[in-house]
Design a protein around this ligand. Structure first.
Ligand code: SF4
Ligand code: SF4
Length: 402
């Protein structure tokens, strides 16, 4: 296992972190405790020292599971990361109450790496107004948390603002070779590192989409490589190639994945890919873009839509569904992201809210026929089961769990 240093505190973190968001589950949808526990402990026995969870994962069961998995001496071997569920916070007191509940769930007296969950510009402003900065500083002075950070899903501009507005030790961003210009992106990664923040990367495989099975056109390109690697290994190695990256989280749930990822993490040094290999990854990225149904670059010029449609997000999820074929995953993501249950920004940004005013079309540098395309998104991603999916999303992020 390789380790990389956290600039502000000198911690040596394993470059592979265990993400407890997609643990193995049983037929009834509950965590398969025996398998999950042996996978987490096996990873720790083989050098993983960063374990990440969050309040809503596995419908609230991930944190208590991790508390049990880290009994018998494992707690002392790892840094535990969990997150303040920003969508549940309605007052300064809520934050203390939630943290106390998390310490209890995790059976520990401190969280090593504590993140404000899922920030974007508006949510950060809301959290500041509720006193999140005072909360973090106080929790640190009491030793209930050791390091403060945030996870992020907003625009590049908001990312830099949030980095600058608090003395964070670390941040967590979505990053993979398809997301260089999406959300924080490469610019955000470099910016955070220039401010001495450790950067934890989530979604290195874009929700598993960059791993097998990949489209045959993409497979053909991977086969051109002189050194043979699986698509997952290429994706991981591309992220680890960046010296600014500290830890890459992997939501592992198959014993074979744990084994494979541990092996890659033994040798994924920064700047270890050759120029030819980087170009090959670029070729794969271009091929995926060609396979995209809608040529939206995510530039946001069309926003805001007067009817509240989140145009770039709608296109992003729609493209992912067509590129990777994961229809159910895309439909559930659409229900979560468009209903606003996660970000507390209801009524949300559904494609069906479009009233065909045409304003967005005038602003789109790609000259996309947005009203027609948005209609296609509504047809394919909504449908009669949308309410049911929204109800499931609400259950996942519900307030009465406090
Ligand atoms: S055409 Fe539809 S998506 Fe575009 S701005 Fe008008 S309401 Fe929004
Ligand atoms: S302006 Fe066009 S390219 Fe830019 S986000 Fe909107 S739809 Fe996409």
């Amino acid at each position: 296992m390789l380790y990389r240093k956290v600039p502000k505190n000198g911690d040596e973190l394993s470059i592979l972190g265990f993400g407890c968001m997609r643990l193995p589950i049983k037929e009834d949808g509950k965590i398969d405790e025996k398998r999950a526990m042996s996978q987490v402990q096996y990873a720790i026995d083989h050098g993983v020292n960063y374990v990440d969870t969050a309040w809503p994962y596995h419908m609230g069961e991930s944190e208590p599971f991790l508390g049990r998995a880290l009994a018998d001496g494992y707690r002392e071997k790892v840094k535990v990361a969990t997150k303040l569920p920003s969508w549940l916070v309605e007052s300064r007191e809520d934050m203390d109450q939630i943290l106390s509940a998390q310490l209890e769930r995790l059976k520990t007296d401190h969280i090593d790496y504590y993140l404000v969950h899922g920030l974007a510009g508006e949510i950060w402003d809301k959290m500041k107004a509720f006193g999140v900065m005072d909360f973090l500083e106080k929790a640190k002075s009491e030793g209930r948390i050791i390091n403060a950070g945030f996870s992020f899903h907003g625009s590049g501009e908001d990312f830099k603002r949030i980095v600058d507005e608090h003395p964070w030790t670390f941040c967590q961003i979505q990053y993979n070779f398809m997301d260089e210009k999406n959300q924080a992106g490469t610019e955000g990664l470099k910016y955070a590192a220039s401010k001495d923040l450790a950067v934890i990367v989530m979604e290195p495989l874009l929700g598993g989409n960059l791993a097998t099975p990949v489209p045959p056109e993409v497979d053909e390109i991977w086969n051109e490589a002189a050194v043979k690697r699986t698509p997952a290994e290429w994706a991981f190695r591309w992220v680890w190639n960046h010296p600014e990256v500290t830890v890459v989280l992997s939501g592992m749930n198959e014993e074979a994945h744990v084994e494979e990822n541990l092996k890659i993490a033994d040798e994924a040094y920064p700047n270890s890919l050759t120029e030819a290999e980087i170009q090959l990854v670029g070729k794969v990225e271009q091929k995926y873009r060609q396979l995209m149904k809608i040529g939206c670059t995510g530039c946001q010029y069309c926003m805001p839509c007067p009817s509240g449609v989140n145009i770039p997000e709608c296109f992003d999820i729609y493209n992912d569904m067509h590129m990777f074929g994961n229809v159910n995953g895309a439909k559930f993501t659409y229900a979560i992201r468009m209903s606003g249950v996660f970000t507390n920004t209801e009524p949300g940004g559904f494609a069906s809210q479009c009233i065909e005013c045409g304003q967005c079309m005038e602003k789109c540098p790609q000259s996309l026929k947005i009203p027609d395309l948005i209609k296609a998104v509504a047809e394919e991603l909504e449908g009669p089961d949308l309410e049911q999916r929204i109800a499931m999303a609400k259950q996942m992020f519900k307030k009465d769990k406090l």
